[in-house]
Design a protein. Structure first.
Length: 619
């Protein structure tokens, strides 16, 4: 028995030693793999190839992923490495800058536009790119584009090119603009929950999906007018760009079923018959065509093309730094209280940027680039106050509206010296609401009850009991007061009467073109027009444009850039099968995540949720 114990003890000791050796080996291997990964990321992100602009070459503009005003990064390295890593993004100002520089560059004779990986963009961004393409063409240089297929948004950009080619198995997918939402009233009834809503404005429909089962007549009427205006701009651009008959083009949407049968269901042949494309080419035929255009052969084609990212990098050493600065400050994304990262317009963040510009002696004027559906009324007011202080300091403030400048986005714009918008900017939505959910019934259904006492009639139990009537009255009064303030600040900023503003307010959303007619904006034009106007107001001829943005932590930037370039890696690390119920749950959670953005201290919001419609950028 003692011999067995000795043997067992010896084996046990041997196993313990082996396990410790194995763990040390495992740790060493893990550390080594981690270091290899870090080195790989560093090399991938920071490697600098010698960039040379090809002689008599082509600029390749690749519109990949979502087109953004600012590049948006993950909030942490862990998120960047997870399956939630940010997808590919294209920064709008980089595209415009590359096109405009290339237009004057004798080394660039042609532009190639690639929209195959375009993820989506609001109409104004696509038209903005199109206008830059028009400036390029006016110099006598040619623009060509080729698509495996064209999404509706991708085709809008393509229509500005001289020649459009399509793969024989491709299609031009055009649906029109639509705004369709899920309505949750019946669902909330089933789970015995409710959203306690307080609002002012006949057309303020931001929270309708939580209190109705369908679209209200007022919201339907307003959305029809809005989408009709945007679709008119889209069709005008396509018809003009492709030299089509407008009536015939629009008639195709009624006859597409029969027309498709006539070409045996061939979508590429249909696009050719509609004159939406100039020809059908396989990829090899497309490469041969480009080689011929650039005076080379397919083997050497790559050396004659430079993408817009590399092209901008090659231009940096030649850019002159000037003393006088026009500061461009972004209010990009939902307006929320506090300090917020890129992609969210934090009340404290944007206010700080405006204050820094005011106190910086080199800054002579400010362009506030607004691309926001609004949000917190309190945060919006903080930003507006800084705009007023800039004006008091004698520094002109010009607002350049991007795709969206609605509700809070308009609140922060109204008092600027001048407001510029594009015809397809979505703006207005001058209204206000408050929303607090109540889950008492939901909890009760699973056996959880809420009870307690308070010291006053205003004591509340958060979201687990209905609001007391006095509290409802207080919130409604505050909302009405906020609406009155909104009307007055707009009237003051736009030299209108409160009655005139009320007539076009009430939460109604307008296109930029209509907003100019109504006096809500001063001029229609691009970001460049707004900058030029600010320079004129500040009496500047020689100046630089400086973009005020908080730096992104190096580790987040490094890993995010790497994961964006190697999108398959994140999927490999976080492999997951996506089921239909996952998609449905994600849509519901995305809608409910709206409440996570409602952080106003007074529960008062100037937010236009319905502004985010489906603009046909589906793949």
């Amino acid at each position: 028995m003692s011999i067995i114990k000795v043997i067992f003890s010896s084996l046990w000791q041997a196993l313990k030693v082996s396990w410790r050796v194995f763990r040390k080996f495992q740790s060493a291997v893990g550390t080594l793999l981690f270091l290899i990964l870090v080195v790989f990321i560093l090399v991938s992100v920071f490697k600098v190839d010698q960039v040379t602009v090809p002689d008599k070459g082509a600029l390749l503009v690749s519109l990949e992923g979502a087109i953004q005003e600012q590049k948006v990064y993950n909030s942490s390295p862990t998120q960047a490495l997870s399956g939630n890593a940010k997808k590919r993004q294209t920064v709008l100002r980089e595209v415009i800058k590359a096109i405009d520089i290339a237009a004057e560059d004798d080394n660039i004779t042609m532009m190639i536009v690639n929209t195959n990986s375009l993820g989506g963009a609001m109409p104004s961004k696509l038209h903005y790119i199109g206008e830059a393409m028009q400036r390029f063409r006016k110099t006598g240089k040619k623009i060509v584009t080729y698509g495996n297929s064209f999404s509706q948004g991708g085709y809008l950009v393509a229509s500005y090119a001289d020649e459009v080619y399509l793969h024989p198995y491709g299609a031009v997918l055009m649906y029109g603009y639509g705004s369709y939402q899920n309505y949750y009233k019946d669902f909330l009834d089933k789970i015995k929950a409710e959203v306690q809503l307080f609002r002012v404005g006949k057309y303020k429909s931001a929270m309708e999906p939580f209190i109705r089962s369908d679209m209200s007549p007022a919201a339907r009427d307003a959305m029809k007018v809005l989408l009709g205006g945007l679709w008119s701009e889209y069709t005008n651009s396509v018809v003009a760009g492709r030299d089509l008959d407008r009536e015939a083009f629009l008639h195709h949407f009624d006859t597409v079923e029969e027309d498709l049968k006539a070409v045996d269901g061939d979508l590429a042949a249909l696009a050719l018959s509609y004159r939406l494309v100039d020809g059908l080419k396989t990829r090899e035929e497309w490469r041969a065509y480009l080689a011929d255009q650039l005076g080379t052969d397919i083997k050497n084609l790559k050396s004659k093309i430079i993408n817009h990212h590399a092209y901008l990098g090659a231009q940096l050493p030649t850019l002159k730094v000037k003393e006088n600065t026009i500061a461009v400050i972004y209010a990009n994304g939902t307006i929320m209280d506090g300090q917020q990262p890129r992609g969210v317009a934090g009340g404290e963040t944007v206010s700080r940027h405006l204050r820094e510009a005011r106190l910086n002696t080199k800054v002579k004027a400010v362009v506030l680039r607004v691309n926001s559906p609004g949000g917190s009324a309190f945060a919006s007011e903080l930003i507006r106050q800084e705009v007023l202080l800039l004006k008091e300091a004698g520094k002109p403030v010009v607002v350049s509206m991007g795709s969206l400048a609605a509700s809070g986005g308009y609140w922060i714009s109204a008092n600027a010296d001048e407001i510029w918008a594009s015809p397809t900017t979505i703006t207005g939505s001058i209204g206000i609401f408050g929303a607090i959910p109540n889950f008492e019934g939901t909890l009760a259904a699973v056996g959880i009850n809420t009870d307690g006492v308070g010291t006053t009639p205003l004591s509340v139990a958060g979201v687990t009991k209905p609001l007391p009537e006095p509290v409802k009255a207080v919130i409604q009064s505050n909302i009405e007061n906020g609406y009155d303030r909104f009307l007055k600040l707009v009237a003051e900023g736009r030299n209108m009467t409160v009655e005139q503003v009320h007539e076009i307010a009430q939460g109604r959303v307008w296109t930029g073109a209509k907003a100019k007619e109504l006096g809500l904006v001063d001029q229609l034009g691009t970001f460049e027009h707004a900058v030029a106007s600010a320079a004129k107001m500040a009496d500047l001829e020689d100046y630089r444009v400086g973009f005020w943005e908080d730096p992104v932590p190096w580790d987040i930037k490094m890993i995010s850039e790497f994961m964006e370039r190697h999108t398959g890696l994140g999927k490999m690390l976080m492999a997951k099968t996506v089921t239909p119920q996952d998609i449905l749950a994600a849509r519901i959670m995305d809608k409910l995540s709206l409440f996570g953005q409602l952080n106003d201290p007074n529960h008062a919001y100037v937010l236009c949720v319905s502004c985010l419609a489906d603009f046909g950028n589906r793949p």
